[in-house]
Design a protein around this ligand. Sequence first.
Ligand SMILES: NC(=O)c1ccc[n+]([C@@H]2O[C@H](COP(=O)([O-])OP(=O)(O)OC[C@H]3O[C@@H](n4cnc5c(N)ncnc54)[C@H](OP(=O)(O)O)[C@@H]3O)[C@@H](O)[C@H]2O)c1
Length: 107
Amino acid sequence: MKTALITGASSGIGEKFAWELARRSMNLVIVARRQEKLERLAEDLMRQYPITVEAIPQDLTDFQAGQVIDDFLSAREIDVDLLVNNAGFGDYGAFCDRNLSRQLETI
Ligand SMILES: NC(=O)c1ccc[n+]([C@@H]2O[C@H](COP(=O)([O-])OP(=O)(O)OC[C@H]3O[C@@H](n4cnc5c(N)ncnc54)[C@H](OP(=O)(O)O)[C@@H]3O)[C@@H](O)[C@H]2O)c1
């Protein structure tokens, strides 16, 4: 079975991706900050489909986030076949007027 890692899976488009990829029989690794929402989603998905779902509560703006996720995957010997790099938020206005730290969080 293939595995998809979805960032920003606790709500919105990312959560919809989780349901659709589960329907297509993919194991999932789901990432977002809200642990409770992630864990509830993982339980709901595994109740509905014969797949495994791992939840990683993680703020992706943390400098160490990539390493934390890589360590989590390595420890469980999970290979990721598909990345849905969806986590994010909207920020609007002229580039030169936007808050720098907000822009760095986006990146
Ligand atoms: N909806 C639109 O019309 C639209 C248009 C253009 C682009 N987009 C982009 O599409 C993506 C999904 O949009 P959406 O409408 O589904 O947004 P949403 O409902 O606000 O969901 C955003 C997801 O990203 C997660 N997230 C946000 N900041 C995070 C962080 N620092 N670390 C980890 N996870 C984080 C949130 O989870 P937590 O809060 O639990 O961390 C949530 O699961 C976003 O990147 C958005 O910018 C959306």
